[in-house]
Structure formats: C-alpha cells, structure tokens
Design a protein around this ligand. Structure first.
Ligand SMILES: N[C@@H](CCC(=O)N[C@@H](CS)C(=O)NCC(=O)O)C(=O)O
Length: 219
C-alpha cells in the first residue's frame, strides 16, 4: 500500500515536513489524514505507524518514519532536494539535523497553528528568544553563503533544508515574530511557495471539530 499518514494539517508541523518532501519529490502517494488529539493521545496513529507518530510513509514496499528519514528517502528519487555541491550539501544536512533535534523551546511555546494570523505572544522566555535568534542567524548565514540568487536557502529550488524549517516559517508568521530583513524575505518566499499554499488551503478546509483548545488558546 502506498500512503503518507499525516496529522491535522492545521497543527502537525512534522507532517508538513514529510508531505512537502513527498510532494516536492513527485512521489505518487495519497495522503491519509488522522485528526490529532494532542499530547500523544491519538491512538489511531499507534495502529498504523511504527513509532506511534506522524508522518509515516509507505511507498513501494518501503516503510519510512521520522520526517528527516522521509526527506532522505525522497531525495533518492529527487536528488536536487539536497544541494549538488559537497560543502553546501554538508551544510544543508547539518542545519536540517539541527532543526530535527533542536529548538525545543521554540517548538513548545509557538506550536504551529495555521489558523493564527500574525498575533504575537504576550511574552517569550529567554530560551525561546535564543532559539529565534539562532534560526535567524542560521537562515541569514546560509542565504549569504549558499543562497545565490535565492530565494531559498540553497538557491532556486525548495530543498530538504527549507522543508525542515517550513513549519518554523509558518510559526514566525502566525506569532508575528520580528526577523532580520534577510530572514523575513526568506520567510515570505517559503510562505508563497505553491506547496505551502496548497497545504494551508487544505488546512482551512478541515472541520472545526478538529480544532484543539490547547493550541487555539495559546496567548
Ligand atoms: N521526530 C518525529 C516527530 C513526529 C511527531 O512528534 N509527530 C506528532 C505530530 S506533529 C505526532 O505524531 N503526535 C502524536 C499525537 O499527537 O498523538 C519526526 O520527525 O517525524
């Protein structure tokens, strides 16, 4: 069976990464959406996914979980998801891994919510501000060194590094986070990408009954 199991589009940041990679690679895989209950309580996911989490990809006999592994798998079909040049590719893999394993304070305080339109948090902790500053620096330095004419981190095409940061782009917009000019231009370019637009539009079609108070009430 071919399918990409994902969670509620409005909230599921890791699902967005897996979906972007699958779609950017052009894999012909239907989506299977499970409404998240939050806090690891979505038992339907445990029935289908080896680690009990989404995204989970089944493709041509292969089973792949963990968003970064899905990005790697997709790059086997679309090598341009990683930069061609060795040093750029090493940099792209480093920042994608840093995103996958880090920025916990940012991820917890600013949960992805595609229904939240540019409303700042009442306050942000020092840890969150540190994460935001690190992302801004990381994007700005990468764009400066490898971005060329841009608009993405490694040039003209949306790649796996961009895909790993795409939910952070969304968060920065939703929570009106102030960014440097270079990082702000990058945020806007990713938000305007047709795949990001498609995901956002489909999120808006989800039933209101899928909304979770836990995320909607973030002040
Ligand atoms: N490290 C995993 C994280 C995946 C993850 O935490 N997914 C969340 C949704 S964004 C999940 O499945 N939560 C289960 C639940 O809410 O019940 C990855 O990179 O794919």
């Amino acid at each position: 069976m071919n399918r990409l199991v994902i969670g509620t589009r409005r909230y599921s940041s890791w699902s967005l990464r897996g979906w972007l990679a699958v779609r950017a690679a052009g894999l012909d895989v239907p989506d299977h959406v499970i409404a998240l209950r939050g806090g690891g309580q979505t038992t339907e996911i445990h029935d289908v996914s080896p680690n009990g989490l989404v995204p989970f990809l089944e493709h041509d006999g292969a089973q792949i979980w963990e968003s970064l592994a899905i990005c790697e798998y997709c790059a086997e079909f679309a090598p341009s998801l990683w930069p061609e040049e060795r040093k750029a590719r090493a940099h792209a893999r480093s920042i994608a891994s840093e995103m996958h394993s880090g920025f916990r304070a940012l991820r917890q305080a600013l949960p992805m919510n595609l229904g939240r339109e540019g409303r700042a948090l009442n306050e942000m902790s020092a840890e969150v501000l540190k994460d935001i500053a690190r992302v801004d620096t990381l994007w700005s330095e990468t764009l400066e060194r490898f971005g060329g004419e841009g608009p993405y981190l490694f040039g003209r095409g949306l790649g796996n590094a961009d895909i790993m940061f795409a939910p952070v782009v969304s968060r920065f917009a939703s929570y009106a986070v102030a960014l440097s000019p270079a990082a702000a231009a990058y945020r806007d370019a990713v938000l305007a990408h047709p795949l990001m637009q498609e995901w956002t539009n489909r999120a808006a079609e989800e039933p209101v009954s899928w909304h979770l108070e836990h995320y909607e009430s973030v002040a």
